[in-house]
Design a protein around this ligand. Structure first.
Ligand code: BGC
Length: 402
């Protein structure tokens, strides 16, 4: 087994001295948090791509590529302490380059996550035309979004965990967006098994920005089949219905009485084939939910997902006002994932924290405009834990924790 350099604990930033050798596949449990780096491949233009492995010391291990800031693997223990990879992805850099343009597995998305209608918006009287790459619309930053960039990476000090700071500067006019956008994204893995993602951006001209991470989860394990049995709860009493090209109509519609009501937990598959015009448009769930925030910008619980078989639980909190619940509808079996199995419809779901889609064309939505002198700051936390799903000695069936 190949050894990799391990920087342990809180001393990671700038110090190359206190290193120890850890086997590449070392079991993560019960150790100090650590971060290691290894080569992952070379792009056709000769650029080298690295993979960082962050270990919480408490069972969670996450692997992040400098290419696209992609979360390539995320291992998390089940209720018996058995770890498995719970995110969809690919095994090789070549697959990410050749095949990730459709699904965006694990990737950082920018400059504008989700859709902009007709790829067009007007800001301060000037109209910008973006590349149209999804039907008539622009999706996820255009032809070469942040998911295709090689980010500068450095380990950073954090309180009680390990961090990786990624930096990318998007030139004025890149993908036709105005302004030089200086962006950093910091992934932190805490001892509490939380993956925190901090987004920060500034600009030198007025622009629009909407950043997210596009991980697909399967808490039973990547490649084990569909996620329709996962129980989903979303802290949203409204969502943004869409037209037939998945652009919001502008209405914030109540979820009450519809298959979009996840205010109490429901299996993803329970109502996914209901005869609901919105589900028909999306081929399932592919909608932005309006998070019930007490105060805009405050870290708020957005979603909680439980997988009954393994007992794994994922909780997503965010400072963002919206979350796109995408139930993996367009996975069609043509992509072979990390462990060599084909991904079919519903085999993973994404929970993309974000501002609402097409906000630049909806003045009533929370603004995505960023001006010189302002900073875009946003935090999303993915917390991994377990619940016991075993029958109790009393014979009581397992019930969800709430
Ligand atoms: C979109 C889907 C799209 C998926 C992969 C999601 O954010 O809402 O419509 O298929 O990303 O590109």
């Amino acid at each position: 087994m190949r050894g990799v350099l391990a920087l342990t604990g809180a001393m990671v930033a700038g110090s190359a001295l206190a290193v120890s050798a850890l086997p590449a596949g070392a079991a993560p449990g019960g150790q100090a948090p650590s971060i290691t780096k290894e080569p992952f491949g070379t792009l056709p233009d000769g650029t080298k791509v690295d993979r960082y492995t962050l270990t919480s010391g408490q069972g969670v291990r996450v692997r992040i590529l400098t290419y696209g800031g992609i979360v390539q693997m995320l291992e998390s223990p089940d209720q018996h302490g058995r770890s498995t990879n719970v995110v969809l992805g690919f095994a090789t850099l070549k697959d990410y380059v050749d095949k990730n343009g459709g699904p965006y597995f694990g990737a950082l998305i920018g400059r504008y996550a989700n859709r902009i209608a007709q790829g067009r918006f007007t800001l301060d009287g000037k109209t910008y035309q973006l590349a149209v790459n999804n039907g008539p619309n622009s999706l996820h930053g255009g032809l070469k979004g942040f998911n295709t960039k090689v980010w500068k990476a450095r380990p950073v000090k954090t309180d009680g965990g390990v961090g990786l700071r990624l930096a990318y500067t998007s030139a004025d006019g890149e993908e036709n967006y105005p302004g030089t956008l200086t962006t950093t994204v910091t992934y932190t893995l805490t001892r509490g098994n939380e993956l925190r993602v901090g987004y920060h951006a500034t600009t030198d001209k007025a622009t629009v920005v909407n950043l997210t991470n596009h991980s697909y989860f399967n808490l039973a394990g990547e490649g084990t089949g569909d996620t329709y049995g996962h129980r989903m709860q979303i802290n949203a009493s409204r969502y943004t219905p869409v037209d037939d090209t998945l652009i919001p109509t502008g209405r914030l519609a109540p979820v009450k009485g519809t298959p979009f009501d996840f205010t109490r937990p429901h299996a993803i598959g329970e109502r996914i084939r209901a005869n609901d015009p919105q589900l028909l448009i999306g081929h399932g769930y592919d909608h932005n939910f309006v998070i019930d925030q007490d105060r805009p910008g405050r870290l708020t619980k957005a979603a909680r997902v439980t997988e009954p078989g393994s007992g794994r639980v994922l909780e997503v909190s965010t400072t963002e006002p919206g979350i796109q619940f995408y139930s993996g509808n367009f996975l069609d079996g043509s992509l072979i994932g990390t462990s060599g199995r084909a991904y079919r419809q519903g085999d993973g779901f994404a929970l993309e924290t974000q501002h609402y889609p097409d906000s630049p064309n909806h003045p009533s939505f929370p603004s995505t405009v960023l001006r010189p002198g302002q900073t875009f700051d946003s935090t999303t936390v993915y917390a991994f834990s377990t619940v016991s799903t075993q029958s109790r000695p009393s014979g009581l069936a397992w019930r969800l924790a709430r």
